[in-house]
Design a protein. Structure first.
Length: 465
């Protein structure tokens, strides 16, 4: 007969008691996550801004963004397996150390290699510089997988949707800070001092993390220690939950279209305003992220979080159709603000579903597999959209024939080619979300979530150590 701890874990519960000290630990991890994300996002945003401003190449930004997403896809399951095999704090510390070393190496490389060589797209100097920063940013993503399992470990089931809202708020805060300061750093200080700032704050986040305590006296392995790269265990974890595979496929196709935004958003904005204004604007608009997260943190998601996920996507794709319909920074800004407010609703809904229906001891691998499958789509579209936009759509819509054909819909302006791609992507996204609403997987997973017994604070022995 299974123990109470095993029963709780079978429904996504933590093997530990969720006490006040556990919640205190959760808040400590959350604060450290803000510090770490500020640093990682700061340098990644700055790199994208800097390369586009220096080269004016949409293709370069698309390849960089696509490369990031591709590595996330490839490494999702290996990272998730590491999270399941080791203590969550150890994973976070290791990820931060690697990121700090990578950023320090990028600073050294930039100091000894001529800037003109670093900016020669496709050169060894360019590949090494971007690759080292990319490695540091990707490894830091392992913290995100660990954080998702920490919500299950440290927060009771009935409060996890609100805890996920707090996680979203932390992400939004870090995004707001980095959006402002990455643009200002590149515009006013340049790439060298931007790298110096990133290195210093990465080491500071590591020092703070060493002071954070995460109560996890044992590592739960219901079926033995997983393999070092456990694709089979991850796949079985997804297949074991009725309807969950459908959610993963929906997120995959959603991200296929989302890759368009990744490839074109910064180039579009930088055709309208300066890099300093664009960075400050993103910093202000990212408060929309905190508005949405605050709503989830205070109101929750209700009894049907999957429905909340799809409704958020309907609104997001509708915004994707209209926010570039005219070349206006104000229209774009309002669209981004609402879009940002909806992202944490969708993210919290997906996390809340997974944290209940997936057993705790498999969550790292399942989160990793979901990340791998979902984000694999984005680099595909980014790699396609970048060249298509650069060499075909943008030049075509800047011709008299192109302006005559689409001027009634998009107006005039230099960025109308990118606007057309946004509109088409939004229409396809609405169609996809409508199909998801009508699918059997949606009904099945909603029923599975409702039938899963929530874990309680007395599901296992008290946390010690």
């Amino acid at each position: 007969m299974p123990s109470p701890a095993e029963v709780g874990a079978a429904h996504g519960g933590s093997p530990n008691t969720t006490s006040g000290s556990n919640l205190h630990a959760f808040y400590g991890v959350l604060v450290n996550t803000v510090i770490a994300n500020v640093t990682t996002s700061f340098l990644w945003f700055a790199l994208t801004f800097w390369i586009y401003l220096e080269t004016k190449s949409v293709l370069a930004t698309a390849v960089i963004g696509g490369g990031y997403m591709l590595l996330l896809a490839v490494l999702g399951v290996p990272f998730g397996t590491l999270v399941d095999r080791h203590h969550k704090k150890a994973i976070m510390v290791a990820a931060t150390v690697i990121t700090a070393v990578a950023y320090a190496a990028a600073l050294l490389w930039f100091s000894i290699v001529p800037t003109s060589d670093v900016l020669r797209i496709g050169s060894l100097q360019f590949i090494v510089f971007v690759g080292v920063i990319l490695a540091g940013a990707v490894v830091e993503s392992m913290r995100g997988l660990a954080l998702s399992t920490c919500v299950t470990l440290l927060v009771p089931d009935e409060r996890r949707d609100k805890a996920n809202g707090l996680v979203g708020m932390a992400m939004g805060l870090s995004f707001a800070i980095t959006s402002v300061f990455s643009g200002l750093a590149i515009g006013q200080l340049g790439m060298f001092w931007t790298l110096v700032i990133a290195v210093v704050f990465t080491f500071l986040s590591l020092l703070h993390l060493l002071t954070v305590r995460i109560p996890e006296p044992t590592i739960v392995h219901a079926e033995g220690v997983p393999q070092r790269v456990d694709f089979r265990g991850a796949w079985e974890g997804v297949r074991a939950v009725p309807g969950l595979l459908g959610l993963v496929f929906f997120a995959t196709f959603n991200n296929l279209l989302g890759g368009v935004f990744m490839a074109l958003m910064d180039p579009y904005g930088l055709t309208l305003v300066s890099v300093e204004v664009w960075g400050i604007l993103w910093g202000v608009l990212s408060f929309g992220f905190m508005i949405g997260s605050g709503w989830v943190a205070t109101k929750g998601l209700g009894a049907r979080p999957l429905r909340a996920l799809l409704l958020a996507n309907v609104a997001m794709w509708t915004i994707g159709i209209v926010f570039t319909i005219r070349e206006s920074i104000w229209l774009t800004a309002v669209g981004i603000l609402i879009y940002m407010a909806l992202i944490p609703v969708a993210e919290a809904a997906e996390q809340t579903v997974l944290q209940r229906v997936v057993p705790f001891e498999k969550q790292g691998r399942v989160f990793g597999l979901a990340q791998s499958v979902e984000v694999a789509a984005a680099p595909v579209s980014a790699f396609i959209v970048g060249p298509v936009a650069q060499f075909w759509v943008i030049p075509s819509l800047n011709t008299p024939a192109g302006k005559e054909a689409f001027g009634w819909l998009l107006g005039d302006g230099l960025a109308r080619g990118m606007a057309l791609i946004f509109v088409v992507s939004g229409v396809l996204g609405l169609i996809l979300t409508g199909l998801a609403f009508a699918s059997k997987s949606y009904r099945t997973l909603t029923a599975t979530y409702g039938a899963a017994a929530p874990s309680t604070a007395d599901d296992g022995p008290p946390a010690t150590g």
